[in-house]
Design a protein around this ligand. Structure first.
Ligand SMILES: O=C(CO)[C@@H](O)[C@H](O)[C@H](O)[C@H](O)COP(=O)(O)O
Ligand SMILES: [Zn+2]
Length: 191
């Protein structure tokens, strides 16, 4: 058991080392930081979406902006799209689960807003359809995915594709980079 625990910790560290050595990926993280700073400074909103553990990650990261990260500062407009269960159950029941995020983006999204989608496969249909709708509305799309990027690859203005194929290891690196982006955005806007 202890050996298995150590192997799983090593696997998480290995994935993060792959990220650390990937200069192109780190440049994209920097570019995403710039894009989010510019969006907030223009009065735009950042939306997050994902399924399962990635929904939790979406909610977690949105709250770093709308609540606080390190600093005592004004709120930044950010929201995760799965948080209204009445909306989710109605749209999934009356239309389709694949439409739950696209429909909210249809209703809320404005040009220059940012949609961040977290999907380890890159193929979750509700996230993919939200990206299609966001692009049609002139929004900026940021994909957090696994190595291939899946269907989100061609729909992402910025693709943070963690070089791994194991869902939990990908999610752990999503949160690492998500936290880094939150910290850098907060520092850039509030000093
Ligand atoms: O948290 C985990 C696994 O770590 C699961 O809940 C996982 O997020 C779910 O199976 C998701 O439905 C997977 O979707 P995706 O990452 O392929 O978009
Ligand atoms: Zn999980």
């Amino acid at each position: 058991m202890k050996q298995q625990i150590q192997e799983l910790i090593q696997a998480s560290i290995f994935t993060k080392q792959q990220v650390l050595q990937n200069e192109a990926l780190l440049q994209i993280v920097s570019n995403v930081t710039d894009a989010i700073v510019a969006a907030f400074q223009s009065g735009n909103t950042v939306y997050f979406c994902g399924n399962g553990g990635s929904a939790a990650d979406a909610q977690h990261l949105a709250a770093e902006f709308s609540g606080r990260f390190y600093k005592d500062r004004k709120a930044l407009p950010a929201e995760a799209l799965h948080c209204n269960t009445s909306y989710l159950t109605a749209v999934a029941n009356d239309y389709s689960f694949d439409l739950i995020y696209a429909r909210l983006i249809q209703g809320l999204g404005k040009p220059g807003d940012v949609l961040i989608g977290l999907s380890t496969s890159g193929n979750s249909k509700n996230v993919v359809q939200a990206f299609e709708t966001a692009r049609a509305k002139g929004m900026i799309t940021v994909g957090f995915t696994g190595s291939t990027g899946g269907a989100m690859k061609d729909l992402s203005d910025y693709l943070i594709n963690i070089p791994a194929t194991d869902t939990p290891r990908i999610q752990e690196s999503h949160m690492l980079l998500g936290h880094i982006i939150c910290q850098l955005v907060e520092e850039r806007i509030f000093g």
